[in-house]
Design a protein around this ligand. Structure first.
Ligand code: EPU
Length: 331
């Protein structure tokens, strides 16, 4: 276990904010977490994963918790599928690489998403037509207030687009310790997402899907080691059909996705239409290859990132009458 006072969070946030935590605790097992919890005020505690979806706006005056629970274990299997239980501290893409190398299908479309396994279950990470909720069976978690263990079935997690019970009703209440995924021994490739349909030749197995997705992501998304960022900064808004039709009459080429409760419009496309792609304000910029991503050009303060985010939201509101919201968590 690591238990350190006055600790720099620079290595723990991909935006590259040089902020400090009053105390940092990294545990390697459920028992270690339960042992340390009595010394932690659950109300002044922040649980982080890989720090790839956070924007720290100030030092954290409390305890930052991080899981270093590792391990990938097959806990059940049939001829068709397997249940794989993974420690919350496993790096997400290491799990994906492992599954793909074994020939287990289900997570290959989620290749190269930054972050850790615990966060995959909080954030319901998604890309290229697949979301974590499609493969999550069970989430094991420990209450930060009582230390008690609770097991959540997929439905109890109340998953929706980039949403879960762990971001809403139970925000900050539980530390996820293990996630169990259902993977397939007879993978069915999911190449339905727009960008993937255009790849030639089409991938014919999950190894090729993973490679195609790695190539696509590398071409569009900035590497946090070179330019601080937290992936998509905004969520894609869902609007009513009427609103969609009225915008579409002005912008017939607008990309869109029909979803259950309306029509999803890519915020990146709207931000580009507003002329923000590649523009900077101070040391914060809108990425030049994917306008949904804000980047730290080097030494940007969180205030500069927030100012840019606000300016982008205002433009989208003025031009499209749509409120877009950050996906990144401001701390
Ligand atoms: N588009 C533009 N200009 C841009 C960006 C996008 O015109 O600057 C257009 C694209 O041409 C395309 C559409 O918008 O027609 C969608 O773009 P893209 O496929 O790049 O996906 P996205 O909706 O911008 C979402 C996820 C990404 C994920 C991709 C691929 C969210 C918030 N983001 O982005 O997730 O990788 O789909 O599935 O849903 C993340 O969450 O950090 C993330 C990177």
């Amino acid at each position: 276990m690591k238990d350190i006072n006055d600790y720099s969070l620079l290595p723990h946030n991909t935006f590259g904010m040089d902020v400090r935590a009053k105390r940092y605790v990294e545990y390697e097992s459920e028992a270690e977490l339960q042992q340390v919890l009595p010394s932690i005020d659950a109300d002044r505690c922040l649980h982080i994963g890989g720090g790839s979806n956070l924007l720290f706006t100030a030092d954290y005056d409390g305890v930052v918790l991080h899981s270093a629970i590792k391990g990938i274990e097959v806990v059940d299997e049939t001829d068709d599928s397997l249940l794989v239980r993974v420690g919350a501290g496993v790096v997400w893409d290491e799990f994906v690489a492992y599954a793909v190398a074994k020939g287990w299908g289900g997570v290959e479309n989620l290749s190269l998403i930054p972050g850790e396994v615990g966060a995959s279950a909080v954030q319901n990470i998604g890309a290229y037509g697949v979301e974590a909720k499609d493969v999550i069976v069970v989430v094991e978690a420990i209450s930060l207030a009582s230390g008690e263990k609770r097991v959540f079935g997929n439905l109890e997690c109340a998953y929706a687009y980039r949403q879960s019970i762990f971001k809403r009703e139970l925000k900050g209440a539980y530390a996820i310790t293990y996630v169990t995924y259902r993977l397939s021994r007879k993978p069915v490739l999911n190449l339905s997402y727009g960008g993937l349909q255009r790849i030639q030749p089409q991938p014919s197995n999950i190894q090729e899907v993973r490679q195609a997705i790695i190539d696509t992501r590398n071409a569009k998304l900035p590497d946090p080691k070179q330019q601080g960022n937290a992936g998509s900064f905004f969520m894609n808004p869902v609007v009513t059909r009427d609103k969609f039709l009225s915008i579409q009459s002005q912008y017939p080429d607008m990309p869109y996705y029909d979803v259950e409760d309306g029509v999803k419009i890519p915020a990146g496309w709207m931000i580009e239409q507003c002329g923000w792609k590649g523009r900077s304000m101070g040391r914060a910029a809108v990425h030049d290859k994917q306008a949904l991503v804000l980047v730290n050009l080097g030494g940007a303060t969180s205030a500069e990132i927030v100012a840019l985010s606000d300016a982008v939201c205002r433009s989208v509101m003025e031009q499209f009458g749509i409120d877009i919201h950050p996906e990144v968590n401001f701390i």
